[in-house]
Design a binder for this molecule. Structure first.
Ligand SMILES: C[S@@+](CC[C@H](N)C(=O)[O-])C[C@H]1O[C@@H](n2cnc3c(N)ncnc32)[C@H](O)[C@@H]1O
Length: 199
C-alpha cells in the first residue's frame, strides 16, 4: 500500500515481482528496492549536484526516478528484460510529464549491464542484487577500467548485498567499505545498504 502511494507521488508504477520465464542462472528477477529502505538510505547518504548515477539492473526504474526527483542529478538505468525495460520507458513518459522542470536527464538503456559503457562522469553505481557474481565482476572491472582512465572518487551502493559481492569487493578490488546503513524493522540481516568507495 505504502509502495503504491509513493509510486503515485512520482507518477510511476514499480510494484510487483517479475521472474525470468525460462529461469536464468545469471540474471535475477525484477523487484524494486522498498521505498522505506530508500528513505532510510538518504537520511544518511546524499548526492552532490555533480554526481551521476547508474542503476545496473534498474527494473522499472524506481531508484532512478526517486534519486532524480530528490537530488535532481542525471540518472541512467540499464535493464535487459524487454517487458521491464518498456515499463521503465512508460514510467519515464508519465514521470517526465509531471516533472518536466527538472533539467537533469533520466535515461534508460536496453541491454546487458556488463556491456554498458561507463561514462567518464558516472561516479555512483547502484546494485540491488541484479545478477550473478560472474556478471558483477565484469561490471566492477569496467568501472575500475574507467576510473583508471578518468581519475575520480567512485561509490558502489549495494542493497541486499550478497556475500559473494562483499567478498569480491573486499579481497579483489581497491574499493573500501565506508558505510553500512540498516533498514528499520528489517527481519532479514541482508536488508541493508553497504557503500564502497574508491578514492
Ligand atoms: C532486483 S531488480 C532491481 C531493480 C532496481 N534496481 C531497484 O532496486 O528498484 C534486478 C533487475 O536486474 C535486471 N537484470 C538482471 N541481469 C541483468 C543484466 N545482466 N543486465 C541488465 N539488467 C539485468 C533484472 O531484469 C531485474 O529487473
Amino acid at each position: 500500500m505504502i509502495e503504491r502511494k509513493h509510486d503515485r507521488s512520482l507518477w510511476i508504477k514499480t510494484t510487483g515481482i517479475r521472474e525470468w520465464k525460462d529461469g536464468t542462472a545469471h540474471y535475477n528477477r525484477c523487484e524494486s528496492t522498498p521505498y522505506v529502505a530508500l528513505n532510510k538510505l538518504f537520511k544518511r547518504y546524499k548526492f552532490d549536484k555533480t554526481d551521476r548515477l547508474v542503476d545496473f539492473g534498474c527494473g522499472r526504474g524506481r531508484v532512478a526516478f526517486y534519486i532524480h526527483n530528490r537530488f535532481e542529478i542525471p540518472v541512467t538505468g540499464v535493464e535487459v528484460h524487454d517487458i521491464t525495460y518498456d515499463e521503465a520507458l512508460e514510467n519515464k513518459a508519465s514521470y517526465r510529464h509531471k516533472f518536466k522542470d527538472i533539467e537533469a536527464p533520466v535515461r534508460f538503456e536496453y541491454g546487458l549491464a556488463e556491456h554498458y559503457e561507463i561514462k567518464p562522469t558516472d561516479n555512483k553505481f547502484y546494485f540491488f542484487n541484479p545478477f550473478s557474481i560472474k556478471i558483477f565482476k565484469k561490471v566492477v572491472n569496467n568501472i575500475l577500467h574507467s576510473a583508471k582512465k578518468e581519475k575520480r572518487t567512485i561509490d558502489i551502493i549495494l542493497y541486499y548485498p550478497m556475500p559473494e559481492y562483499k567478498l569480491y569487493l573486499k579481497k579483489s578490488t581497491p574499493f573500501k567499505l565506508v558505510n553500512r546503513i540498516r533498514v528499520p524493522g528489517a527481519n532479514d540481516s541482508k536488508e541493508k545498504f553497504l557503500i564502497y568507495r574508491l578514492k
